[in-house]
Design a protein around this ligand. Structure first.
Ligand code: SF4
Length: 377
C-alpha cells in the first residue's frame, strides 16, 4: 500500500503563524498543474509494483484549484500508476472556497474526503491568525459540506494567546455537536520568519504559552474520549472507520511519493525533498529534471523515526520489531533510556509495546528525543 501526496503551493493570503511552502501569487496556477502532472509522469516507475491506495491534496490551499484542475491531476495519477479500486482521495480546503457550487462540483469528482481548515469558530482567533475566512463561514461551510460528504475532517488550533479554556471547550463541542467524524488539532507554534513571531517580539501579541497549550490539550483529550473519538495520533482524533488512511500510512512507515514544490517522499529506505520554490520547480520540471534531493537513511535514522512516530501513535514502539529490524543493542539501549520515564509513569509497557501514558502524552516529542540514538555518520 502506498500514497501520493500532491502539494498545491498557493494560498489567498498568508496566515500569521504559517511556515509551509506557498505563494499568494496565483499567476502560475495553470503552469503548476501541468508541471504536477508531468512530475507524476516522470516518476511513474517508482511505484511500478505498488498499488496507490491514497491520494492527498495538501498545501498551501488545494481548494483554490478549479475542479477541472483537480480532475486533471487525478487523471494523471490514474494514467501512470496502478490505483486501488476505491482509493481515499482527500482534499484540504479552506472555508471561504467551499461555496455551494464548489461543493456540488467536488461531489461529482473522485474526491471522497474533505479536510477543512476551520482552526476556530471564533472571530477574534481567526483575525489574530489572519485566516481568510470568518466565523460565520466556518460554521456555514461545514453544514453545507455535510450535505455532500460524510468523510470530513476539520483542523482546530489551541493554545492561542488569550484563548480561555471555555472558548477552547466551545470550539471542541461545536465540532462534536456537528458530528464531525475526524478532528486534527494542533497547538499554535511560533515558527521563525512568521508574522506571528515578529508580532510577539514587538509585544503586539502576548507570548504563546506552553502551559496554556498543555491545559487545552487535556481538555481536548477528555472531550474526545467522552464522545467516542480515538486519539490515534498525538494531533488526530477519529471515530471508528474514519482514521485518515493517508496519514496512518505515514505513521506506520509505508512508502509515499510527494509531488510538487517542497513535497517529501519516502520509499522505506530513502527520503526525498522537492525544491521549495515555485519558479525553480516549474523550470526544472519543464526541463524534465526532477527537482529532488535524496538522503539515504541510516539504521539510526530509521530507529529514531520509528521511536518518534511510535510514541505519537496508538501503535506504540514494539520491542520485538526494534530487535528484529535494528538489533538487540537498539532494544537494550531503548529500555535503558526509557527506564526513568517508566518509573515516573510517563511511559508504560503493554506486553511488548512501549507506550506513553496520558500524563506523558503532551511531552511525547521530548521523551522521544531522549530515546533517540546519536547518528555519528
Ligand atoms: S491557508 Fe494553510 S498553508 Fe496557507 S498560509 Fe494559511 S495555514 Fe499556511
Amino acid at each position: 500500500m502506498s500514497g501520493i501526496y500532491i502539494h498545491i503551493p498557493f494560498c489567498k493570503q498568508a496566515c500569521h503563524y504559517c511556515d509551509f511552502h506557498f505563494s499568494t501569487n496565483m499567476k502560475y496556477k495553470e503552469d503548476m498543474v501541468a508541471a504536477l502532472c508531468e512530475e507524476i509522469r516522470l516518476r511513474k516507475n517508482e511505484y511500478i509494483k505498488t498499488t496507490v491506495e491514497t491520494i492527498y491534496f495538501g498545501g498551501g490551499t488545494p481548494s483554490v484549484l478549479e475542479l477541472s484542475q483537480i480532475n486533471q491531476i487525478i487523471d494523471a495519477v490514474d494514467q501512470h500508476y496502478q490505483v486501488a479500486e476505491n482509493p481515499e482521495i482527500t482534499l484540504e480546503a479552506n472555508p471561504d472556497d467551499l461555496t455551494t457550487e464548489k461543493l456540488a462540483q467536488l461531489n461529482d469528482s473522485p474526491v471522497n474526503r474533505l479536510s477543512i481548515g476551520i482552526q476556530s469558530f471564533f472571530e477574534e482567533d481567526l483575525k489574530l491568525m489572519n485566516r481568510a475566512h470568518n466565523a460565520q463561514e466556518a460554521l456555514a461551510c461545514i453544514v453545507q459540506a455535510q450535505t455532500y460528504f460524510d468523510n470530513i475532517s476539520i483542523d482546530l488550533i489551541y493554545g492561542i494567546p488569550d484563548m480561555t479554556a471555555d472558548r477552547w471547550r466551545e470550539n471542541i463541542y461545536k465540532a462534536i455537536e456537528l458530528k464531525i467524524p475526524h478532528i486534527s488539532s494542533y497547538a499554535l507554534t511560533v515558527e521563525d520568519n512568521t508574522a506571528l513571531k515578529s508580532f510577539i517580539e514587538k509585544g503586539l501579541i502576548p507570548k504563546v504559552d506552553d502551559e496554556l497549550a498543555q491545559e487545552h490539550f487535556h481538555i481536548l483529550l477528555d472531550a474526545m474520549q467522552l464522545h467516542g473519538y480515538s486519539n490515534y495520533e498525538f494531533s488526530n482524533f477519529g471515530k471508528e472507520g474514519y482514521f485518515s488512511k493517508n496519514n496512518t500510512a505515514y505513521w506506520t512507515g509505508k512508502s509515499y511519493i510527494g509531488i510538487g514544490p517542497s513535497a517529501h517522499s519516502f520509499d522505506g529506505k530513502r527520503r526525498g525533498w522537492n525544491i521549495n520554490n515555485n519558479v525553480k520547480y516549474l523550470k526544472s520540471i519543464q526541463a524534465s529534471e526532477l527537482p529532488i534531493e535524496i538522503e539515504e537513511l541510516t539504521i539510526v535514522d530509521r530507529y529514531n523515526e520509528y521511536v518518534m512516530t511510535g510514541l505519537r501513535t496508538i501503535y506504540g514502539i514494539s520491542l520485538n520489531k526494534i530487535e528484529q529490524e535494528y538489533g538487540v543493542n537498539f532494544k537494550d539501549y531503548l529500555l535503558i533510556q526509557a527506564s526513568e520515564y517508566l518509573k515516573d509513569h510517563l511511559l508504560y509497557l503493554d506486553g511488548d509495546t512501549l507506550m506513553v501514558t496520558r500524563k506523558g502524552k503532551f511531552l511525547s516529542d521530548g521523551i522521544a528525543s531522549d530515546l533517540f540514538m546519536l547518528n555519528l555518520n
